[in-house]
Design a protein around this ligand. Structure first.
Ligand code: 6PG
Length: 471
């Protein structure tokens, strides 16, 4: 009997997935280009049914038919390189899954290449990092439905167990799975940025230590704002550097990196015309943070306020918690709206409630609020924006005065809060029935004769502005 499941790529996530799958009783064949990683995995194996192989041909030969092969290799060219060697060794009916953070358009292309060979193909977002891979990730699959059916039992067994079942779902054809993962990462960027802004306000604004900030985030995490990202933030802020005895976080260079998924999410939103300004601001905040040397010289060239919020505004921390909550729900709402538009545009067909369900455990953006988000989408499947459905209007009513005070205080102190400020700007624009875009339409028609619509009668109009009567 051959192995039920195969994994190519044995960096830590691949190794951990192999251990997870095998511990759920499914035999696994593994292969890695460099044998060292295969040997490293086998040193971790006790009695798990894992078969090491040392060539791609040996790997394929070790799998039962129809074969199920999971690629856990770096997104981009490496995936194409592995597929170019793997595809010719497989037979019609075999399944290939790409578990990396591939761009959804790359997945669409590869899926067609697989189809031409009679192969099944899935693009799968696997969220939760190395720990999730071992103990239970969230899995967002898309591509051939028959391929998903072939491995659904295994994926459900290894996934994180949420309140409403395994956090594993099939989101439709083509690149649907990788699209959902991409937007997951966009929301991840926005929530991480919102937490960082709160930390900056606590540190530079209120003069709190990392440990004091950890206590505040810990209180937030004990209630409705509970989330994985808040919980790891508490751990990070309490971590002490072994060498110096100082808080480790304060020794880390303040230049954020990014592998690209948050950027792709914003690019895809712009292509769709989906409003995700808070996610976009989180991407740009990383870009600005990477300008470390420039910022050090600009700090001297452009002196400003001291950043201290002194005296601390009355009730500032209570405001900050509400401002954070409203910013985070706005970011999730923008992400879900993008997914709604993408499902329609690309024919993915998934339900937002199912996306929320898969995100309730295992993934990086897992949070207690996702259960309420799921209920909101169950009651309103085509909800245009999350804040419009119970219980979220309360967050707006209680939160927007706080968000205004926090953003104003931050701007007065010269502390950048792009995520919180963009959330407020988006919400104020979204709830304004009459925006100044009429002037933009007039300007476009003035210099480009692009025409405009009127409020008082149907049709498209153009004005010869230079000859038109003036008041
Ligand atoms: C996940 C994470 C993961 C992410 C890396 C780095 O869902 O487990 O989103 O897939 O890609 O943590 O992401 P960035 O380099 O883009 O921050």
């Amino acid at each position: 009997m051959g192995a039920r499941f195969g994994i190519i790529g044995l960096a830590t996530m691949g190794q951990n997935l192999a251990l997870n799958v095998s511990r759920k009783g499914f035999s696994v064949a593994v292969f890695n280009r460099t044998a060292e990683r295969t040997k490293a995995l086998m040193e971790r194996v006790k009695d798990e049914p894992i078969v090491p192989t040392f060539s791609l041909r040996e790997f394929v030969g070790a799998l039962e038919k129809p074969r199920a092969v999971l690629l856990m290799v770096q997104a981009g060219k490496p995936v194409d390189e592995v597929l170019s060697e793997l595809f010719p060794l497989l037979e019609p009916g075999d399944l290939v899954m790409d578990g990396g953070n591939s761009h959804f358009l790359d997945t669409e292309r590869r899926l067609k290449e697989a189809e031409a060979r009679g192969l099944r193909y899935l693009g799968m977002g696997i969220s939760g990092g190395e720990a999730g891979a071992l103990r239970g990730p969230a899995i967002m699959a898309g591509g051939h439905a028959a391929g998903y059916a072939q491995v659904e039992e295994i994926l459900r067994a290894i996934a994180a167990q949420g309140l409403d079942g395994p956090c594993c779902g099939y989101f439709g054809p083509g690149g649907a799975g990788h699209y959902v993962k991409m937007v997951h990462n966009g929301i991840e960027y926005a929530v991480m940025q919102a937490i960082a802004e709160c930390y900056d306000l606590m540190k530079r604004g209120l003069g709190l230590s990392p440990r004091e900030a950890a206590e505040i985030f810990g209180e937030w995490n004990a209630g409705e704002l509970e989330s994985y990202l808040l919980s790891i933030t508490v751990d990070i802020l309490r971590t002490v550097d072994g060498e110096t005895g100082s808080p480790l976080v304060e020794l880390i260079k303040d230049a954020a990196e990014q592998k690209g998924t948050g950027k792709w999410s914003t690019q895809a939103a712009l292509d769709l015309g989906a409003p995700t300004p808070t996610i976009a601001e989180a991407v740009f905040a990383r870009i600005v943070s990477a300008l470390k040397e420039e910022r050090l010289s600009a700090e001297k060239a452009l002196p400003g306020p001291s950043a201290a919020l002194s005296p601390a505004p009355e009730g500032f921390l209570a405001d900050l918690k509400k401002a954070y909550a409203l910013t985070v729900v706005t970011a999730y709402g923008q992400g879900f709206r993008q997914l709604r538009d993408a499902a329609a545009e690309h024919g993915y067909g998934f339900a937002l409630a199912e996306v929320a369900r898969v995100w309730t455990a295992g993934c990086i953006i897992r949070a207690r609020m996702l259960s309420e988000m799921r209920r909101a989408f169950l009651h309103h499947p085509d909800l245009p924006f999350l804040l419009l459905a119970e219980p979220f209007p309360r967050l707006w009513e209680e939160g927007h005065p706080s968000l205004r005070r926090v953003v104003c205080a931050a701007h007065r102190a010269g502390i950048p809060v792009p995520a919180m400020s963009s959330a407020l700007n988006f919400l104020d624009a979204y709830r304004t029935g009459r925006l100044p875009a009429n002037l933009i339409q007039a300007q476009r028609d003035y210099f480009g004769a692009h025409t405009y619509e009127r409020l008082d009668k149907p049709g498209k109009f153009h004005t010869h502005w230079e000859e038109a009567p003036r008041c």
